[in-house]
Design a protein around this ligand. Structure first.
Ligand SMILES: *[C@@H]1O[C@H](CO)[C@@H](O)[C@H](O)[C@H]1NC(C)=O
Ligand SMILES: *[C@@H]1O[C@H](CO)[C@@H](O)[C@H](O)[C@H]1NC(C)=O
Ligand SMILES: *[C@@H]1O[C@H](CO)[C@@H](O)[C@H](O)[C@H]1NC(C)=O
Ligand SMILES: *[C@@H]1O[C@H](CO)[C@@H](O)[C@H](O)[C@H]1NC(C)=O
Length: 453
């Protein structure tokens, strides 16, 4: 009897044991599956995010490699992450609404995570912003000059660009807007006090055309009041507002070849002394992009592979070829054109602003340590970039020409126009530069017979 009982208990026990084991096994397998699945989904999300960032670019780097690059550059370049903040400032005789509307991704951009394209304009130049941001795929710092009632149209234009274009999402992600106006040309009504208020500015995507398109310039406040355009004030505002270590001070009508940010940061990561020579007490340097002009109806080349046939067919020519060829041609430009294409960015050649290049006014990537743009020089007076490069010549800057990256101007070839209204400003400005600015620069930077304004 007792024995029978024991066998029964034993059987039951075994049964329980087995069932528990099965349950245990089931739970165990499911946990493993869960872990694997989360991991997979996570990395998939990362990749999607990353692919989006690189949309249109030919290089793909893994997230981890980017992080490693970022950390290493940050420690080597000694820079700090600095979130963008809105500020209302007095800037000389201007009022400045700095970071009035910030790019959502640009706010917290790490100092070595990207490069800021810094630029300027009035609202009529906003037709370029979509092209710039889709090709740059990184932070853009844009200073807009908006005196008097131009302020309204400026806000209308910003909101239109941020909401009504196919690539408005990228504009909201990356473009940070600053607005400035002279204190004796105030907007007629209250301006937004905070970013929140600015974002509430109404917009209408049903308009027949964008508020910045086909503007009759003669009706603008700026024109009515005969104001000159303080281009260098805008350039400096945009530069000073950047929160990345490297910047690219550019004109908004110049579009970079694709993938440049990733290419440049990879180049920097491969050889930090190349981009930060000051750590070894060597000459200061900037990284120049050759710039080209396109025929009116030409497509915009994405890479040098597309550019070269256009050059051969004369659909693309060196920038300002008919206006001031020697202002923009880079040393060994023909060799540059002939050089074999490579995905990797490198320094093609190194030059100084001497001899054949004394009037050079190149566009370049820099660490934002080069002299500021002289704010007394207006757009109308021309020489507005030359004067800065003159200072850099006095400081003995080296210009490192990059390959295969480049810039193209918004299509249309510029011809010299002696009747241009700007001409009336050029004479007096040159005189001012010779009599006032040059002597000042001699005190600040010294003199050098090789250097010309
Ligand atoms: C500016 O815009 C506001 C509303 O956005 C409008 O009430 C005002 O009349 C405009 N002012 C001018 C001068 O156009
Ligand atoms: C602007 O210049 C034009 C021609 O040079 C002149 O007729 C006009 O009075 C000026 N307007 C102002 C507001 O200074
Ligand atoms: C890195 O750049 C420096 C400065 O231009 C150069 O002298 C050096 O040869 C480069 N190093 C390598 C490994 O390419
Ligand atoms: C570049 O290539 C073209 C055509 O292949 C040739 O005619 C020209 O001489 C080359 N220029 C240089 C500087 O090598």
């Amino acid at each position: 009897m007792r024995n029978k009982m024991d066998v029964k208990i034993l059987k039951r026990f075994t049964f329980l044991y087995r069932r528990n084991f099965e349950i245990f096994l089931l739970i165990f397998t499911m946990s493993i599956a869960c872990i694997l699945l989360t991991h997979h989904v996570r990395s998939a999300i990362k990749n999607v995010r990353y692919d989006r960032q690189l949309r249109g670019e030919s290089i793909t780097v893994s997230m981890d490699k980017r992080q490693i690059r970022n950390d290493r550059l940050k420690s080597m370049l000694h820079c700090f992450d600095r979130p963008l903040q809105m500020e209302q400032l007095q800037y000389g005789h201007y009022w400045l609404l700095k970071n009035l509307i910030r790019g959502r991704r640009s706010i917290y951009m790490g100092c070595t995570e990207s490069i800021t394209y810094t630029t300027n304009g009035d609202y009529t130049f906003l037709d370029n912003i979509e092209m710039v941001v889709t090709r740059w795929m990184g932070p853009v710092s844009l200073a807009l000059f908006a005196p008097g009632y131009d302020f309204n149209a400026t806000m209308d234009s910003i909101q239109y660009a941020r909401h009504c274009l196919p690539e408005s999402g990228l504009i909201r992600d990356y473009v940070t807007f600053h607005i400035y106006f002279p204190n004796d040309h105030m907007p007629p009504e209250r301006v937004p006090l905070t970013e929140e208020e600015a974002l509430e500015w109404p917009y209408d995507c049903q308009l027949a055309e964008a508020p910045y398109e086909n503007v009759d310039r003669s009706n603008m406040y700026k024109t009515k009041k005969n104001l000159t355009y303080p281009i260098n004030v805008g350039r400096n505002i945009a530069r000073r507002a950047a929160n990345t270590h490297f910047i690219f001070a550019c004109d908004i009508e110049l579009y970079p070849s694709r993938g440049l940010i990733e290419q440049f940061l990879d180049m920097a990561y491969d050889n930090v002394t190349l981009v930060a020579p000051s750590r070894e007490g060597k000459a200061m340097r900037v990284f120049v992009l050759p710039v080209f002009e396109l025929k009116k109806d030409a497509a915009i080349p994405d890479s040098k592979k597309e550019l070269v046939p256009m050059l051969r067919a004369k659909k693309a020519i060196p920038f300002h070829y008919y206006v001031c060829k020697s202002c923009h041609v880079v040393p060994q430009q023909e060799h540059w054109v002939n050089a074999t294409f490579s995905d990797k960015l490198s320094v093609f050649t190194v030059g100084k602003r001497h001899k054949k290049y004394v009037y050079w006014e190149p566009f370049y990537i820099s660490d934002n340590h080069e002299p500021l743009f002289d704010e007394r020089v207006t757009w109308e007076g021309q020489s507005n970039k030359r004067i800065q490069n003159y200072a850099m010549c006095l400081l003995d800057y080296e210009y490192h020409i990059l390959h295969p990256a480049f810039l193209v101007h918004s299509p249309g070839i510029k011809k010299y126009n002696p009747k241009s209204e700007r001409q009336q400003y050029v004479g007096p400005m040159n005189k001012f530069i010779a009599q006032k600015i040059k002597p000042e620069y001699a005190v600040l930077y010294g003199t050098n017979k090789e250097c010309r304004v």
